[in-house]
Write a protein that binds this ligand. Structure first.
Ligand SMILES: [Zn+2]
Length: 274
């Protein structure tokens, strides 16, 4: 995970239809708070057509460089459903995975730009779900009348906090620096085996890119350069393109836009980050 710089302009559907619908939810809660706390009730359901509007997703995709906000898998929309993630869950919450769902959730934040991110299905549905652990659960905001500022979430809010203060990587494995980092690993499943394998493959690719990108194919060609072209069957032009691509991949490996940038930054400190 890395810090995410979100657009200062709120996407239109949230600023218009979302702003209009939020008071409806607040009035419903105020009319009968007890009914809204009944397990399984659907009184405060948000209109998903608003927060799932393509314009909201597009802005999140841009701001997050087409990466899942949690696992940093890039281009995940090709193989996974893109979930609009509510950082503070809108429908109900769990302090721990073993707890039942408590209602209502943070219904008043369903359309709030600052509460939305884009996550892959694995991170969103299989792991985080409705989890939102607090350091002091008694301080939790239960309605729009309560102050969020009293809460101390264990999960860092990526738009306002730097997660690397709590979480780093040792090779391909996530390492907690404190309780908040451990909460990230547990809640987002950052050390699930398939993700560790994907990060390992990425590191191997980067090592290769580093080696190939350092190849000198300028004239006169060295014996090593001629062998490189011959071994892979490249023309000189093709070889130069391969080297340029590898050099670019290595140079940009720790950029905000790069896949698994947080792991790469831990592995190669000092690499430029944008
Ligand atoms: Zn993910």
């Amino acid at each position: 995970m890395i810090r995410i710089i979100k657009s200062a302009t709120v996407p239109v559907p949230l600023a218009t239809r979302g702003s209009t619908d939020r008071p409806r939810l607040e009035k419903k809660y105020a009319a009968d708070p007890a009914a809204c706390q009944v397990p399984g009730n659907k009184l405060l359901e948000a209109r998903e057509g608003i927060y799932k509007d393509e314009r909201v997703k597009l802005q999140l995709r841009i701001d997050q460089h087409d990466k899942c906000c949690y696992c940093e898998t890039k281009g995940f929309a090709a193989t996974s459903y893109e979930a609009v993630e509510h950082f503070r869950p809108k429908g109900g919450y769990q302090q721990a995975a073993s707890d039942p769902l408590t209602k209502p959730g943070y219904y008043w934040l369903a359309y709030e730009w600052h509460n939305l991110y884009l996550a892959c299905t694995r991170c969103n549905t299989d792991y985080k779900g409705n989890l939102f652990p607090l350091r002091y659960p008694a301080a939790r905001a239960h309605s729009h009348a309560d102050a969020l500022s009293m809460e101390e979430p264990l999960l860092p809010d990526l738009a306002t906090e730097d997660p690397t203060r709590h979480l780093t990587f040792r090779e391909n494995a996530a390492q907690a620096l404190d309780a908040r980092g451990q909460a990230c690993i547990d809640v987002f499943g950052l050390d699930r085996p398939a993700l560790i394998k994907q990060r390992q493959d990425h590191l191997c690719n980067l090592h290769n890119a580093r080696i190939v990108g350092a190849f000198d194919l300028s004239a006169p060609l060295s014996t090593r350069a001629r062998k490189f072209l011959r071994d892979f069957g490249y023309t000189l032009a093709e070889g130069k393109q391969v080297v340029a691509n590898a050099k670019q991949q290595w140079t940009e490996a720790a950029f905000d836009s790069a896949q698994f940038a947080s792991m790469v930054r831990a592995k190669f400190p000092g690499k430029p980050i944008n």
